[in-house]
Ligand binder design. Structure first.
Ligand code: NDP
Length: 292
């Protein structure tokens, strides 16, 4: 059996085109341009790259973006003041604080300060709390898990009643992905570093979401034949055939798994492009919530 490859790049492009069309319609109707504020603290190269691609996406989709770059030693109070200023601004619809923040800052407090209507990353405790409660809806769903579920739905994978295994329990990927799957009526097992006999647990999965950050960790013979495999991992491994000397791989051994799975996402070109597409979708939604 060879799996159907879920093309995240193409699906993300469809989402982006849909968002761009809706943004253009809003602007033509005289409504304010949906605008995202990005907040970057410090000089981490990876964080700066992520923020730059989010701003680029805003420009490509006709949305505005305002960037705030603060020094690594910024005080908690100054950062809180900035968040409050952005909360109060009528021109700003979404606020994205790029994580991780330097260790001296209280990340939990910063995230909880972002006004609910502008929490386009979906990380405020209230949004996550609503995601965890039956019959409640968060205003925004965290972008990467949202992208994972969107890919499953677009591929036509049946979620309701399926046994889903989520590998990883981080606040930004594993845990919200598990909560979303429960909300879609899957039966969910969450695995982490203390889980015993991972291969045996993963072999039961009709749907596997892998998010641990370990290159090629999940082997082909751990996959249930016909399962849907969503690989969130982004890992750099040495590759002498590449000019850069390295290439990106997921948490799942793609070559082995694609022979067993029913569906699989590649790395790169799977979940990665979905994260920014869903952020754009959330920013548009924020503008709709605030300006009608
Ligand atoms: P974290 O490091 O925050 O969490 C990793 C999770 O994996 C933890 O729950 C940890 O368990 C678990 N884990 C680690 N090692 C093992 C192991 N050997 N066996 C079982 N479980 C293990 O990572 P993130 O969730 O932030 O990211 C995961 C991956 O997804 C990374 O590769 C990251 O780059 C990628 N990513 C991709 C995004 C995208 O847009 N495509 C966005 C965000 C992340 P425990 O809790 O017990 O420590």
């Amino acid at each position: 059996m060879t799996a159907q490859i879920i093309d995240g790049k193409a699906i993300a492009q469809q989402v982006r085109e849909q968002v761009a069309a809706e943004v253009a319609q809003r602007i033509a109707a005289g409504k304010p341009q949906p605008t995202l504020a990005t907040v970057l603290v410090g000089e981490r190269v990876d964080s700066a790259t992520y923020v730059a691609s989010k701003q680029k996406a805003c420009a490509e989709l006709g949305m505005g973006s305002v960037s705030h770059h603060l020094p690594a030693d910024v005080g908690q109070e100054d950062l809180e003041k900035l968040i409050q200023k952005l909360n109060a601004s009528r021109e700003i619809h979404g606020i994205l604080v790029q994580l991780p923040l330097p260790a001296h800052l209280n990340e939990e407090r910063i995230l909880s300060l972002i006004s609910l209507e502008k929490d386009v990353d979906g990380f405020s405790p209230i949004n996550i709390g609503r995601l965890a409660q039956k019959g409640r809806e968060p205003l925004f769903v965290p972008c990467t898990p949202y992208g994972c579920i969107y890919l499953l739905e677009q591929a036509g994978v049946q979620i309701e009643g399926a046994h889903a295994v989520v590998l990883g329990r981080s606040n930004i990927v594993g845990m919200p992905a598990a909560l979303l799957l429960i909300g879609k009526n899957a039966t969910v097992t969450v695995c982490h570093s203390r889980t015993r006999d991972l291969p045996a647990v993963i072999r039961q999965a009709d749907i596997l979401i892998a998010a641990i950050g370990k290159a090629n960790f999940v082997r082909g013979d751990w996959i249930k034949p016909g399962a849907a495999v969503i690989d969130v991992g982004i890992n750099s491994v040495p590759d002498a055939t590449k000019k850069s000397g390295h290439r990106l791989v997921g948490d799942v051994h793609f070559e082995e798994a694609k022979e067993v799975a029913g569906w699989i996402t590649p790395v790169p070109g799977g979940v990665g492009p979905m994260t920014i597409a869903m952020l754009m979708k959330n920013t548009l939604r924020a503008a709709e919530l605030q300006d009608g």
